[in-house]
Design a protein around this ligand. Structure first.
Ligand code: PLP
Length: 411
């Protein structure tokens, strides 16, 4: 049950968008890191440029009234954007992908393409705040029904069987506590109940997690984070396992006006070339940072799935290819958090994540500030909680900086 019903697939009238270039280096024998680095290279037929050019034109000339070319208008299709889409579809193991102007654009495309009016969506109670607001707003308008649930709990499959939702939305690891959801188990339960599964794979990227291979139907990304990786693009991607769903997503992206721009697509494609190397560096640095945090008495709680005492460790070790670059920890009070923050040199105090530079944020006062205190408390977002997006700087500088901060926190 991976194809949308016919009434959800109004793709008629949208001509196929050509692959801008089937790059010669994407043969199945090449490893993912090689395919990411070489995506779209040497595809320029005009001047044999090694790096593909950026097609900024909004419109494309017809060769006479009957001579529509492969592209006619850049909302509907753009060669630069197509290179990025094809590269991400390839890395996630999907049949096709669309690039959107933001991660929330990708979520918007997915939810419109995969649900009809009044359908039930089961979504994590602690999903990304913008996703929460999108689903809540659509539910208030009567477009959807939403059942919020803790999908990390053992009874999640039972809930799905009982409710038979049209769509199950998974975000794993969760933000900011890095709780892990079992993608394979919930995909089986959802398909048995006649629904579809979307996984937000932003926190791990296809380097560390490939949800389609675990049974999911669609993957969404905020390419703003690891895919672009340099904190200079806001963008998104939505990738479908089967061609029919991919066509349906393309129709909805065009119809809702969601596609991302050519220049941003170029930058994200450039970022993608180093994705595997960056993820390895993020993962290695985060593991060392977690070790330092775990050994310090100022740290009252540590949330990092790479630690054997993390409740999702065994599952993460099974379904992920790495533990990622995000680490959260609690220093006991807002006052201690403020002392730690005041004087940091190599962790910028900022929201977002996934760039080469290290960031630190206070979820309670920053990313999750819109949640009332009681809701924060229920979600485990305490006044002493801090979230790190560990960058790729020299680890000894990061460790020295954090260690000094922990001494300040300890007072
Ligand atoms: C940032 C983020 C989003 C939203 O992406 P934008 O590019 O900001 O629209 C969605 N999901 C997760 C997990 C994110 O971190």
């Amino acid at each position: 049950m991976t194809n949308p019903p016919p009434e959800l697939a109004p793709t008629a009238g949208l001509p196929p968008e050509p692959s801008a270039a089937p790059p010669p280096d994407s043969s199945p024998a090449a490893r993912p890191a090689t395919r990411a680095t070489r995506a779209g290279l040497a595809s320029d037929r005009a001047y044999a440029a090694v790096v593909p050019p950026i097609y900024l034109s909004s419109t494309y000339a017809f060769d006479g009234l009957d001579g529509r070319g492969p592209y006619d208008y850049s909302r509907t299709g753009n060669p630069t954007r197509r290179l990025l889409a094809d590269a991400l579809a390839d890395l996630e193991g999907g049949a096709g992908a669309e690039i959107t102007a933001s991660g929330l654009g990708a979520a918007t495309a997915a939810v419109h393409a995969l649900t009809a009016a009044g359908d039930l969506v089961v979504a994590p109670h602690d999903c990304y705040g913008g996703t929460w607001r999108l689903f809540d707003a659509l539910a208030r308008q009567g477009r959807l029904r939403v059942q919020w649930a803790d999908l990390t709990q053992p009874d999640a499959a039972g809930l799905i069987a009982a409710q038979a939702p049209r769509l199950v939305w998974i975000e794993t690891p969760s933000n900011p506590l890095l709780r892990i959801t079992d993608i394979a188990n919930l995909s089986t339960a959802t398909h048995e109940a006649g629904g579809l599964v979307v996984v937000d794979n932003t926190f791990l990227s296809p380097v560390f997690q490939t949800p389609l291979a675990l049974g999911a139907d669609v993957v969404v990304h905020s390419t703003t984070k690891y895919i672009n990786g340099h904190s200079d693009v806001v963008g998104g991607a939505v990738i479908a396992k089967d061609p029919g769903t991919a066509e349906n997503l393309r129709w909805w992206c065009n119809t809702l006006g969601l596609p991302g721009g050519a220049f941003d697509s170029y930058l994200a494609l450039r970022g993608l070339r180093t994705l595997h190397r960056r993820m390895a560096a993020h993962g290695a640095n985060a593991a060392q940072v977690a070790e330092v945090l775990g050994a310090h008495p100022a740290v009252k709680a540590l949330h990092y799935p790479g630690r054997p005492d993390h409740p999702g460790h065994a599952l993460a070790a099974r379904q992920q290819h790495g533990f990622g670059g995000i680490v959260s920890f609690d220093v006991g009070s807002e006052a201690a958090a403020r002392r730690l923050l005041d004087g940091l040199r190599f962790f910028s105090l900022a929201e977002s994540l996934g760039g080469v530079e290290s960031l630190i944020c206070h979820p309670g006062l920053m990313t999750h500030a819109a949640m009332p205190p009681a809701v924060q408390q229920a979600a485990g977002i305490t006044p002493g909680l801090l979230r790190l997006s560990v960058g790729i700087e020299d680890i000894s500088d990061l460790v020295a900086d954090l260690s000094a901060g922990l001494e300040r926190a300890a007072g």
